[in-house]
Design a protein. Structure first.
Length: 340
């Protein structure tokens, strides 16, 4: 159970790799195999979410086939068919980015299962802050508006706080932002560590010129510093290594070797809340991308929740691999689960 390959439906390796990782995460699998998702989906259907629930139902059936069926591999055709109705770009059998697909799947499942509570709130994103044109580090987090709770928010949603300090009057403000995936910059070296990538993401930044903030206290645009920190760490944190970068008006793939731990990843230096509990994480799944910008292939490494062994998922082919093979130069998405 849980060692079932996925048929490639023509250029769908990006989808297969992401689905294998999601279908290896114990709490998410348990949610679907226990039948809890049926009740949540029924509640959602009462408030006009019937169409949104189609792909969630197909996802639930796929989880069941992969964990309760007795197949070497199954076809994700039914899931892709209904998911493509919601996101037409993925209905075309062309190559896509695995990270973009992952974000769409998480958003889709959240919309299907969310429990909405009516509450009064203010839009914090409209408050004074850095220019939205800026690409770092705010652009490094895939965000959603805080609209209801679901199994997705319970497992994957974390919260950042961007501390903004005016360099003229030193007034400070904080801008919270939820995330499900953190996109980490890769230092321009041949070899680096995941901690190096995290340091790049969380290092303070100075906002000047077009990126100045409008300071309420000074009454005008001013230079400022910006520093991100985690104020709520998710149970499962997903890191996207930004391997595709622009250089001289051309996109290229960074082949930097990023060394990442399989256990005891300590996020406490980046968490601002005190005391810092459950800050250590263990690797549970990896999406790999081999090749270049024009031609590439996605595979997945997943740690089986029962056997505790690592397996490679290459579309329909499933192979047991040694722990040492999990460290690969092709890593693109890293899934870590809290050891607490």
């Amino acid at each position: 159970p849980g060692l079932t390959g996925l048929q490639n439906l023509e250029n769908t390796c990006y989808m297969n790799a992401v689905l294998q990782c999601l279908c290896s995460l114990t709490p998410l699998v348990q949610y679907f195999l226990s039948g809890k998702w049926n009740a949540a989906l029924h509640d959602s259907s009462q408030i006009g979410h019937q169409l949104i629930g189609e792909s969630a139902t197909a996802f639930g059936c796929l989880v069941s086939d992969m964990w309760l069926g007795e197949f070497d591999y199954v076809s994700p055709e039914a899931f892709l068919s209904v998911f493509g109705k919601r996101y037409p770009a993925f209905s075309r059998r062309t190559q896509h980015d695995a990270q973009e697909f992952l974000i769409c799947v998480l958003d889709d499942l959240h919309e299907a299962f969310k429990e909405v509570r009516v509450q009064l709130c203010t839009n914090l994103n409209d408050s004074a802050g850095p220019s939205q044109e800026r690409q770092s580090p705010a652009a490094g987090a895939s965000t959603r508006s805080s609209n209801g709770t679901s199994i997705i928010t319970e497992l994957f949603e974390g919260q950042l706080s961007y501390g903004i300090r005016c360099l003229k009057c030193t007034a400070r403000s904080d801008r919270p932002e939820t995330f499900t995936v953190l996109s980490l910059p890769i230092p321009s070296t041949r070899v680096c560590s995941l901690q190096d990538c995290l340091e790049c993401f969380f290092q303070p930044d100075t906002l000047t010129r077009n990126n100045q903030i409008h300071c309420y206290w000074c009454g005008g645009n001013q230079d400022a510093t910006l520093k991100a920190s985690i104020i709520k760490a998710p149970q499962i944190i997903i890191f996207h290594l930004k391997r595709f970068a622009w250089q001289d008006r051309h996109r290229r793939k960074l082949s930097t070797t990023v060394c990442y731990p399989t256990s005891d990843l300590d996020l406490s230096p980046y968490i601002s809340t005190s005391p810092c509990k459950n800050a250590e994480y263990s690797l549970c799944a990896v999406v790999n991308h081999a090749g270049d910008m024009d031609y590439g292939h996605y595979t997945a490494f997943c740690k089986h929740s029962v056997t505790q062994h690592w397996y490679s998922f290459d579309d329909a082919q499933v192979t047991k691999i040694p722990d040492s093979a999990v460290q690969a130069d092709t890593a693109y998405l890293l899934f870590y689960t809290s050891q607490g």
